[in-house]
Design a protein around this ligand. Structure first.
Ligand SMILES: Cc1ncc(COP(=O)(O)O)c(C=O)c1O
Length: 393
């Protein structure tokens, strides 16, 4: 077996199979140096200046590229730094298409900053055909139709999606989205934060660029803020992304890069346990009298289940949302009554979190007022279920 044949589990567990040739250390060192010396011919020996690249960043970027099946990966100071740097490569006069319900930070960038740069944006409905007043989680095939209608051939340069949209978890068929984007002359970018590559390989499904908030599953311990972009092809746009990262300065620091790599060593097992727990919780609360709905693509009754099953090869993730029977006040009361679930925003960490999403997103939120977003951790599933039961009760 050659090194490139190794499975993702093995690659991750061994942090890229690092062995220091000088010391034999199996954990890579951190290179905090911001600057790097030149040799007697005044040539750079290795790196130049850390904002343009650093050996510790390069180490995690190499593992990330292999994890995603990408030609290259880049790490950023936060997820949003990665998203903003990517959208910086979109020119005035071009057009971007994205889902109406999606991670609110990216949506805010598109709603509030894209216009300043002369970039047009169309939001499509990932849950239903345009115009239909569909509840969250309805009619996934409508997403393809809505996306097709939103793309303007020759003008749309980027289609940006999430495979499972945050926080309603409507499923978007990545392969179909790639075909639609490419037919219209656009590229497809996928925010796969909630669907890490241990279950969904966005580039293999036809995406051109995949993005992660490394703050979430990849790092996994709620102690690093990081962003990741990985590309299928190192084309002109990718060179532009690299230039923009250097000139806007949003690179990830060496300590955070090291922590990210450390966290990724256990990604596989963390994710699998989290997804298992999420499935147990979803099954338990599906049809619960205190809930209007449980939104989780792993439930057979979820309209996106068949697509999710096709594109997620290792469980359905650990994010789910509960629509509480009642209003915003009722939902918030549940979130304040949990004893194990921590009432905090974010996702993908080993500890379970619960949040009233509309409050966190603020006045621009398009999320239902009775929605509680739940990020399931690695705790004991029965204890988590009992905690939600008492909070609902
Ligand atoms: C799906 C998704 N994308 C992007 C981001 C932004 O990442 P960060 O908070 O690391 O900037 C988040 C953060 O919550 C997210 O959930």
């Amino acid at each position: 077996m050659t090194e490139t044949d190794r499975t993702i589990e093995t690659l991750l567990a061994q942090g890229g199979h690092f062995i220091d040739p000088e010391t034999g250390a199996i954990v890579p060192p951190i290179h905090p140096s911001t600057t790097f010396a030149r040799d007697e011919r005044y040539e750079l020996i290795g790196y130049g200046y850390s904002r343009s690249g650093n050996p510790t960043c390069a180490q995690v970027e190499e593992v990330l590229a292999r994890l995603e099946g990408a030609e290259e990966a880049l790490v950023f100071a936060s997820g949003l730094a990665g998203i903003a740097t990517f959208f910086d490569t979109v020119r005035g006069g071009e057009h971007v298409v994205a889902p109406r319900v999606m991670y609110h930070g990216a949506a805010d960038w598109l709603r509030r900053l894209a216009g300043r740069r002369g970039i047009g944006v169309t939001f499509f409905d990932a849950a239903a055909p345009p115009g239909a007043a569909a509840p969250p989680g309805a009619a996934a095939p409508g997403a393809a139709r809505a996306l097709k209608a939103a793309v303007r051939p020759g003008e749309t340069s980027v289609v940006w999606i999430e495979a499972s949209v945050n926080p309603t978890w409507d499923v978007i068929d990545v392969r179909a989205a790639a075909e639609i984007a490419h037919a219209g002359g656009a590229i497809l970018g996928v925010d796969a934060t909630a669907t890490p590559a241990v279950t969904l390989r966005a580039l293999d499904l036809g995406a051109d660029v995949v993005f992660h908030s490394g703050t979430k599953y990849l790092a996994g311990h709620s102690d690093v803020t990081a962003g990741v972009l990985a590309t299928r092809h190192t084309d002109a746009r990718w060179e532009d992304v690299k230039l923009a990262r250097t000139l806007m300065g949003g690179v990830l620091g060496p300590f955070e890069s090291w922590l990210l790599l450390r966290g990724m060593r256990t990604l596989h097992v963390r994710y699998e346990r989290q997804a298992e727990n999420a499935m147990a919780i979803a099954r338990h609360f599906d049809g619960h009298p205190k809930l209007e709905a449980v939104l989780y693509p792993g439930l057979e009754s979820h309209p996106g289940h068949a697509v999710a099953k096709r594109q997620m090869t290792n469980g359905f993730g650990a994010m789910l949302s509960l629509l509480v029977a009642g209003d915003a006040g009722d939902a918030k009361r549940v979130a304040t009554r949990t004893r194990l679930f921590v009432p905090a925003t974010s996702l993908g960490g080993v500890e379970s979190l619960i949040e009233h999403r509309a409050t966190v997103e603020g006045p621009h939120s398009v999320v239902p007022q009775n929605l509680l977003r739940v990020s399931v951790g690695i705790e004991n599933a029965d204890e988590l279920i009992a905690d939600l039961e008492q909070a609902l009760g």
